[in-house]
Every structure is written in structure tokens, then in C-alpha cells.
Design a protein around this ligand. Structure first.
Ligand code: ATP
Length: 300
């Protein structure tokens, strides 16, 4: 019987998630493939973000009881700073972001924001405080203006334009024949990966969250687009506590701290310069990606 009702539960969850303004999470976390069962704790209170200090304290987690993914993770991201997480595929980088958004509950340890355990606050307030720029942004079959305005219910046209400017996509939109009313999607304008990411950035600017998760696109952008997006993201990160899930090391050089995750444990942490001096995993990854970059540039 439980099996029978599962699809309904799932629909309910998808609906609630969409209502909470978390549509991007659906793409980032492949919502349909997972059916976490997270509810507000009895007596849950709204999260009160004062500064945006994020901590993971001895966090343990696995999707299956017999396979640990995170094995006692300690992370400290002081308010307003940027933590970049690197590590091989499957190391647990996205899992960590899912836990912060409380798509799953930790099995051991706790995650706090400004000292409040996220398991004890309302999900709506938690998700309202966190903005996500996912790898792949889902665009609605609607106007580009609508797609940006989605970031915050009730946003005015002026605010949408300002967000588009902040995400450096306003010029592109204004060059379209119908401007902000240009339709995107299957029957409209097709946006490139970089343009879609800018729409996600504009949405996030509208939402204006104190905490930001950036899941860097794995799909290669050409080096100029990448540099442009990076400059935009740096502006968005300013003043917010940011966790970047990084696939390319060129994007983490300026992070306040870099964490190398390996099989659910922190293998190394430090700044770019510190980790290079250390000559360990990070230094190895850096040397490898530098060689790949040179080859790619030679081919361009
Ligand atoms: P990538 O760089 O490839 O995105 P990642 O470091 O973000 O990898 P995660 O997505 O956090 O890795 O996955 C960590 C491990 O958890 C992987 O072995 C993955 O197969 C497993 N995993 C991820 N999602 C689920 C799930 N919903 N159910 C079961 N196992 C999962």
C-alpha cells in the first residue's frame, strides 16, 4: 500500500517545493529521482539570519544506510565569505548542498546557520534564505521577463530590469525584438548555456538571499563567456555567504577557503596559494587542469 501512495506523496512534495520558489532545485537535485521525506519539526520556528554564518559540525550522511557518503564533515563558512568545494566526481559535493537546503536530514552531527540548527527551523524560512544558481537552469515556456521575475513573487518591472543588469543580460534582452516580452523555450528564443546561467543569476539577485550556493556548470563555456560569467558571479557573491561547487579550478582561485573533498572526508583545506604550496591533491588537480587549459587554448 505504501508503494501505491508514493507517487502521490512525491507529487505533493514537488508541488510544495515549487510553491516555495525552489523550482531550480528540481533540476539541480533531480527531484523526481529522490523522494526525501522532510517535514518541519513540531514547533519549528522561522530561521533568523543575522549574519549568515554557516557551519557543518561532524556531519554524517548516506543515501543508503550501508553506504556512507559524508563521514564526519566539519565546515565553517564565516558570514560573507566564499568556500569553494572541489573533488572528484561522486565525492559528495552536491550532497553537501542538498543537506544545507535540507532536502535530506543529516544522520549525525548538525548544520547551523547563525547558531540555529536547520532541522529546527521552518523549511520555508530556510529555503527563503538560500539562493541557488544551479548547473542547468530550467526555463519556463514563457517570456524572459517572467523567467527572471520568478525569483521573487511580486517583483516590479523595474526590479526585474535591475536584476537583469546585475546579471549582465539586460543588453542582450533589450536587443531582442520583443525585449522582456520575448518568449523563450521550445517555441521561442533558444538561450545558450551562459545566457541561461545569467537568467538564474538575475533570479537570485531578485531573491537577494544572504546565503548562496553556486553549482558551477560542468558543460564547457568558451573562455571569454566563462570569464564574463565569473566577473558577474563575483559581484553577486559580494556580501553573501557563498558555497561554490566547483568543477574548474580557475573559478576557485579567489575563494576565501578551498576544501578538497575526497570520499566524503576533507582531504585538504586552505587558500589557493596554501594548497599549491602543500603539493598535494589540489596542486595535482591544478597542474592537470592547467595543462588541459593550455591544450584547449591552443585548439581555439
Ligand atoms: P559530481 O562532481 O559528479 O556532481 P558530487 O561530488 O557532487 O559529484 P554527489 O552528487 O554528492 O557527488 O554524490 C555522492 C555520492 O552519492 C555518489 O556516489 C552518488 O552516486 C551518490 N548519490 C547521489 N545522489 C544519490 C541518491 N539520490 N540516491 C543514492 N545515491 C546517491
Amino acid at each position: 500500500l505504501a508503494q501505491l501512495f508514493r507517487p502521490l506523496d512525491l507529487l505533493g512534495m514537488v508541488y510544495r517545493t515549487i510553491r516555495q520558489g525552489a523550482i531550480d532545485m528540481a533540476s539541480m537535485f533531480a527531484l523526481i529521482d529522490t523522494a526525501p521525506d522532510i517535514a518541519d519539526a513540531p514547533g519549528a520556528v522561522p530561521l533568523h539570519v543575522t549574519r549568515g554564518h554557516v557551519r557543518f559540525e561532524d556531519v554524517r550522511f548516506g543515501y543508503d544506510p550501508d553506504r556512507a557518503i559524508l563521514r564526519g564533515l566539519d565546515i565553517d563558512v564565516p558570514a560573507g565569505t566564499t568556500l569553494a568545494i572541489v573533488g572528484s566526481s561522486g565525492a559528495g559535493k552536491s550532497t553537501l548542498a542538498r543537506l544545507l537546503y535540507r532536502f535530506y536530514d543529516v544522520e549525525g552531527g548538525r548544520i547551523t546557520i547563525d547558531g540555529q540548527d536547520i532541522a529546527t527551523v521552518t523549511q520555508a524560512s530556510l529555503r527563503g534564505a538560500i539562493g541557488i544558481v544551479p548547473q542547468d537552469t530550467v526555463l519556463f515556456n514563457d517570456t524572459i521577463g517572467y523567467n527572471i521575475a520568478y525569483g521573487r513573487e511580486g517583483a516590479s518591472d523595474d526590479e526585474v530590469v535591475r536584476a537583469a543588469q546585475g546579471a549582465a543580460i539586460a543588453g542582450f534582452i533589450e536587443r531582442q525584438p520583443d525585449g522582456y516580452l520575448t518568449r523563450v523555450g521550445e517555441r521561442g528564443l533558444k538561450l545558450s548555456g551562459g545566457e541561461k546561467q545569467r537568467v538564474a543569476i538575475a533570479r537570485t539577485l531578485l531573491k537577494n538571499p544572504p546565503i548562496l550556493i553556486l553549482d558551477e556548470a560542468t558543460s564547457a563555456l568558451d573562455s571569454r563567456t566563462e570569464a564574463d560569467i565569473l566577473a558577474t558571479l563575483e559581484a553577486v557573491e559580494r556580501g553573501r555567504t557563498t558555497i561554490v561547487i566547483a568543477h574548474r579550478l580557475s573559478t576557485v582561485v579567489h575563494a576565501d577557503q578551498i576544501m578538497v573533498l575526497d570520499a566524503g572526508m576533507v582531504a585538504e583545506r586552505g587558500t589557493h596559494a596554501e594548497l599549491l604550496r602543500r603539493g598535494g591533491l589540489y596542486a595535482e588537480m591544478w597542474a592537470r587542469q592547467a595543462r588541459e587549459r593550455e591544450q584547449a587554448l591552443a585548439a581555439e
